[in-house]
Design a protein around this ligand. Sequence first.
Ligand SMILES: NC(=O)c1ccc[n+]([C@@H]2O[C@H](COP(=O)([O-])OP(=O)(O)OC[C@H]3O[C@@H](n4cnc5c(N)ncnc54)[C@H](O)[C@@H]3O)[C@@H](O)[C@H]2O)c1
Length: 367
Amino acid sequence: MNRIEGETMMNAIKIGVCGVGRIGAHHCRQFTQEAANYRYELVALCDADPKRLHEMASEFGAEPYADFADFLENPEMELVIIATRSLDHAVNAQQALAAGKKVLLEKPIGVTAADYELLQELDRDYPGKLFFMHNLRFQPAFMNMQEILASGLLGKVQVVKLCKHHGFMRRNDWQMRLDCGGGQLSVWGPHLIDQALQLMGAPVENVWSDLQRVLTPGDADDQVKIILSATNGMVVDIEISNSVALVSPYYTVYGDRGSLCCDQDQKVIQLRYLDPSFTWPEAKAEAGSPVANGYGAADPELPWIEETRKVTPETSPWDQVEIEIATHLYQTLRHDLPFPIKNADALEVFRITEVVKKQNSQFKWVG
Ligand SMILES: NC(=O)c1ccc[n+]([C@@H]2O[C@H](COP(=O)([O-])OP(=O)(O)OC[C@H]3O[C@@H](n4cnc5c(N)ncnc54)[C@H](O)[C@@H]3O)[C@@H](O)[C@H]2O)c1
């Protein structure tokens, strides 16, 4: 049962996870499960919470460590997944790399300007050892949408809206405190900015943003609006909010031959596009007034096609992104294939985040 096509567990990557909270525990389960083809063996765990640490260590039969420096001395561990609190990410990555480990670093990959500098140095100093967890670009709906856009069905895309609406909620954990490195810019911002960069396929030229604290009892941003424009003219409108009572779709795309949208549950993609065989007849705008009962349309009848496509695979997006990351990372570490999340892309996400912070100096950003 432990056989991977043409390979054996002998070739498995021995991993340790630091920070086995909400997402760290998920990484432990997902990286070692059958769907990831047993490519990883969990040998060490580290957490500051002793109860959590020992529960997880006994579930996985991994060595527990309360101290990060001791954890890094585990001789078996080849790769460290860092899923501690955001403010510790960049420094934890530096310590693990210096200890000779490879690192898969959670988002946000850093929080402060000093983290940004440090990660650029680490990227230069440890080629092929540092990997970033921009996992939501592997959400099935996002990948299905990219395929549709690449097929040209919607024509040239001019505007994309990426919208994470958490409904209406007063989130109250550390992620809503600026002194802990929280705020939705840090929590969901990296996911949506990364997706935006993937869709734009050209350098970002302009960044406009407006951040607010609306409902949270914390002091961090719980409503984020960022508009990015690229050198190719594409505009991406990003919204993250914890204060929307009537939620919008997660993805909306406008192309010059049609549109698509996908709701927050990401189960289906709705499409409305012009029949691919249709070509626009010649038309010109007249200088006269519009007709009495409305506006003159050059093309009153258009050959629309409407479709609802099921998002595939139908697995949970949260599980699927883990399988994709685990599979790609294995191919990179064992078969020398390029890791699809380029470090330059992740550092560009961080750069844009820094621009947004400067534009929103009403918040007392940490660092
Ligand atoms: N990629 C994703 O989809 C995704 C999803 C959720 C969270 N995250 C990120 O993962 C990080 C953790 O988020 P979470 O929701 O799991 O938080 P969490 O608070 O549930 O987990 C953090 C864990 O780290 C432990 N910890 C804190 N300081 C430590 C230290 N010095 N040494 C060892 N362990 C320490 C805590 O005890 C806790 O168990 C955050 O940066 C968050 O932004 C990413």
